[in-house]
Design a protein around this ligand. Structure first.
Ligand code: ADP
Ligand code: ADP
Ligand code: MG
Length: 241
């Protein structure tokens, strides 16, 4: 335990919560400890990632987390790698992972990184581009052959509010809110309502949720404490309240 604490200090990782997992020091450890596939490890290496960044060290071992780490510190891979690992290839259950991004541009970037890290795994990764197409593609009469959705909250909530809903989130196992500080700040009330709609549509009781942001924001932290069970807080670097 003392060794783990020393390592976290060196990496400027601070944590709070119960049963916080041990941080990984190398990506190879994921194969030994978490049984990730050699293919996924290879995709990580092919992306040019030799060593995990501090947020990746602490966030890849699966837990519900509120993560704060500076811009450019590799948060995207920190949430994508565990999702790709745990989904274990394609299913016909509809979306099993949802990533909410504040802007379409960021959603596209995350989509690109996801395709790169998931290469060869057969997972179907989507973004919502045209609403009318999305209703056909993801509605209840569709094949449900898709796995990961990356979207802005507006579009997702629009689909969920159709009668009948144009998308089902009942099999979602992962819900990630990226840049949650920006989403909460952009008209606090508006996003809270949207998040509530998304949240209640994710009916699977064993869902794993995570919030990622660059700054520590009290509204985000209090939302997480209220709504996330067995929450682990991870902050990288100096806390910039
Ligand atoms: P953040 O979301 O924290 O702002 P990103 O996920 O956008 O950061 O990553 C920033 C850059 O760092 C990207 O170009 C990404 O490809 C790169 N990157 C991520 N993880 C690693 C790593 N382990 N080693 C080297 N580069 C990385
Ligand atoms: P964002 O990129 O933020 O999701 P959009 O351009 O997709 O923004 O949508 C803007 C607003 O219009 C959203 O509230 C969305 O729900 C709504 N909207 C999008 N497409 C349609 C549509 N085809 N018909 C009616 N409303 C739509
Ligand atoms: Mg990011």
């Amino acid at each position: 335990q003392e060794k783990i604490n020393r390592f976290r200090n060196q990496q400027k990782i601070s944590v709070n919560g119960k049963d916080v997992p041990k941080p990984i020091e190398t990506f190879e450890e994921l194969v030994e400890t978490y049984n990730i596939s050699e293919d996924l490890l290879q995709n990580i290496k092919n992306a040019g990632y030799e060593y995990p960044t501090p947020i990746q060290m602490q966030a890849i071992p699966r837990r519900q987390i509120l993560a704060c780490a500076p811009t450019g510190s590799g948060k995207t891979a920190a949430f994508l790698i565990p999702i790709i690992h745990h989904l274990k290839g394609p299913r016909k259950l509809g979306f099993r992972a949802v990533i909410v991004s504040p802007t379409r541009e960021l959603a596209k970037q995350t989509h690109r990184e996801c395709l790169r890290l998931a290469e060869g795994q057969g997972l179907r990764v989507h973004i919502i581009s045209k609403i009318s197409q999305a209703i056909k593609k993801f509605g209840s009469n569709s094949s449900q052959k898709f796995d990961i959705l990356i979207t802005t909250p507006n579009r997702l909530v629009y689909l969920l509010k159709q009668d009948p809903p144009a998308i089902s989130l009942k099999n979602v196992e992962w819900l990630i809110v990226d840049e949650s500080d920006k989403l909460f700040e952009a008209g606090v009330k508006g996003f809270r309502d949207q998040l509530a709609v998304i949240y209640t549509s994710c009916e699977n009781p064993s869902i794993c949720r995570a919030m990622y942001s660059a700054t520590h924001t009290p509204v985000v932290a209090s939302w997480c404490r209220k709504n996330m069970h067995r929450l682990v807080g991870v902050t990288i670097g100096v806390r910039n309240t």
